[in-house]
Design a protein around this ligand. Structure first.
Ligand SMILES: [Zn+2]
Length: 587
């Protein structure tokens, strides 16, 4: 049986809030009492009853343990163990919404509305709505990384034109320069700072197929106006795209030469000043509140996925749960910014292992938040006023060079156990192949620097793999690389639609002309947007398996990637109910 000490899962100040209320209502809870003298036993029993049946009694039907915790077994020493998770059924209790259903934001989920429109196997096509004036976000969705709130060499209007409704900005880089406090106090949020508001003359020429007009007002406000009226907070304005910020922790740790994690936070040596700096969960949330992104991330305790220190993984997983509570408490704007928790737990998907422990910890918090809103307890009502339902879940701790076989199993595990009615965001994953496989397993959102970074190395993404345009085969006039045609004649990007040839791009790259990188960045982002949109359409048509087979056929055994489909891909797709073998009907 898996075991975790309650004090490991909950910080003392949060422990009572969540657990007392939940546990005392589980009348079927098994308890074990210690052997020892009778007096000892009485004392222990009394102590436990105090914890379990503490002051305010709430109606039992209002509080239910999440399914993972049904078999929870609390022991006198504070240890808890629990059993098996419920079997996975992607259709369970999931409401299917029409594509044009208007978003509803309520007290339970004031800043995010998630509608699922179609499920094929385990893959979902959904829409995420935010209340802040940005466009709706169809899923599956890839989010390019725009370090400072915009993609390098790409204008905000062009991001919107690429049908890119959400990008990721790095809290760490914005904190270093110009500083998140300044972004808030002078610019009233990152959208204004980087010019991501819709100018009054701007017209989204190519709306999403199922785009919904979801703006609180049709009055187009100039950016200048927004500076005059600080109270707007961007709410009444149209935004060209939505934003997600990371916690800053991963970059601080990866860029710093030295970092030490304590319960308080991460102590690291600034790569800029050499000073010792402390990043606490509260600091990360303060910065992200200042930036004002639609989705913000908790600070988690990150350990490299290829590390072998098991104790360290366990400590990091449990600390991530405790830090989440501090992030929730520090969060100043739950009514317009969504705080996502991050699932950690290394690669341990064993029964009762770290991944399960982490999921159960978050689901317990979510369940408590959900149910206590109806509770008749003053204390709980008070607690609820600062806590909302968890709006979405991130899967972290992957994409760090781990074995692909471990990688897909962690995602498989997470998608089976996360609530189906909330978006699932897989952090740091952006290879087209990974997106196809993980979408099959049930992931909705992705982010990665890969498509934009690889563009800077002269690589264009196509279904067949990587087109390395600096290679001689793409030199002007070389027939081997078909150098006089665009990267992809079907692609709607700036370069391809204008007929810029592979040979021309090759020559620009060789001359270090920045326009080449800019065009490739646009092509790669457009490619990723097209990839997720093709997946979405095939899910809605219930033909996702057909898409997957045709993608795999093109992606492997092609000119750029002449290998067999790897075993891990086959295994993962099998777990998702898609077989690559039975091609007879589709091809
Ligand atoms: Zn293109």
């Amino acid at each position: 049986m898996p075991q975790a000490n309650l004090s490991e899962i909950y910080s003392p100040s949060f422990h009572l809030d969540y657990l007392e209320a939940t546990l005392r209502l589980n009348s079927n809870m098994k308890r074990k009492f210690p052997t020892g003298s009778e007096d000892d036993q009485k004392d222990e029993k009394k102590k436990q009853e105090e914890v379990c049946y503490a002051p305010e009694i709430i109606k039992p039907e209002l509080l239910e343990l999440p399914s993972e915790l049904k078999y929870i077994d609390f022991q006198v020493n504070g240890a808890a163990s629990w059993g098996k998770c419920a079997p996975y059924n992607p259709q369970r209790q999931l409401r299917i919404s029409a594509l044009n259903e208007k978003p509803v934001f309520n007290e339970e989920s004031p800043a995010l509305c998630f509608y699922v429109h179609g499920i094929d196997g385990r893959a979902r096509a959904a829409t995420v709505h935010f209340p802040n004036g940005g466009p709706p976000v169809p899923t599956p969705r890839f989010m390019p990384v725009g370090t400072k709130g915009t993609l390098k060499g790409v204008l905000p209007d062009e991001i919107a034109n690429m049908k890119c409704p959400i990008i990721l900005a790095n809290t760490y880089h914005l904190e270093i320069q110009p500083g998140t406090e300044l972004i808030n106090s002078v610019f009233n949020g990152l959208h204004n700072f980087m010019g991501g508001m819709m100018p009054s003359s701007f017209n989204l020429s190519a709306p999403q197929p199922d785009q919904i007009v979801n703006h609180e007002t049709d009055n187009k406000t100039d950016i200048e106006e927004s500076f005059k009226n600080k109270n707007i907070k961007g709410r009444q304005q149209r935004r060209l795209y939505n934003l997600l910020t990371d916690s800053g922790g991963f970059q601080m740790v990866s860029l710093a030469s030295l970092s030490v994690v304590t319960e308080d936070g991460v102590m690291f040596k600034s790569p800029y000043t050499g000073e010792n700096m402390m990043l606490r969960p509260e600091d990360s949330i303060r910065c992200q509140n200042d930036i004002g992104a639609d989705v913000i991330m908790q600070l988690d305790d990150v350990v490299s996925s290829v590390s072998v220190n098991e104790e360290r993984f366990r400590a990091a997983t449990l600390r991530t749960l405790r830090w989440y509570d501090r992030c929730v408490k520090a969060h100043r704007a739950p009514e317009r910014q969504n705080l996502f928790p991050i699932m950690q737990g290394h690669l341990d998907v064993s029964k009762g292992g770290l991944r399960e422990l982490c999921l159960a910890g978050f689901k317990c918090r979510d369940q408590f938040n959900n149910s206590s809103s109806e509770g008749n307890s003053k204390k709980l009502k008070h607690t609820m006023s600062t806590r909302k339902r968890i709006p979405g879940f991130a899967i972290g701790g992957l994409a760090g060079g781990e074995n692909k076989d471990d990688f897909w199993k962690v995602i498989d595990h997470a998608c089976r156990h996360l609530p189906d009615d909330r978006p699932r965001y897989l952090m740091g994953v952006g290879y087209p192949l990974d997106l196809v496989v993980c979408t099959a397993l049930g992931v909705d959102m992705y982010d990665c620097v890969y498509p934009t970074r690889t563009a800077r190395f002269g690589v264009a993404l196509v279904d067949e793999g990587q087109m390395k345009l600096k290679r001689h085969e793409f030199a002007p006039g070389n027939p081997v690389g078909n150098s006089n045609v665009p990267i992809d004649t079907e692609c709607p990007c700036e370069a391809c639609s204008r007929g810029v040839s592979r040979g021309r791009l090759h020559a620009l790259l060789k001359a270090n002309n920045p326009i080449a990188v800019q065009l490739l960045t646009q092509h790669n982002v457009t490619y990723m947007m097209g990839l997720v949109s093709r997946m979405r359409e095939s899910i809605l048509r219930k033909e996702f398996h057909v898409f997957v087979r045709s993608f795999m056929k093109k992606h492997f055994s092609s000119k750029y990637n002449n290998v067999q489909v790897p075993e891990w891909v086959k295994d993962a797709l099998n777990a998702a109910g898609i077989s690559l073998e039975s091609r007879t009907n589709e091809s």
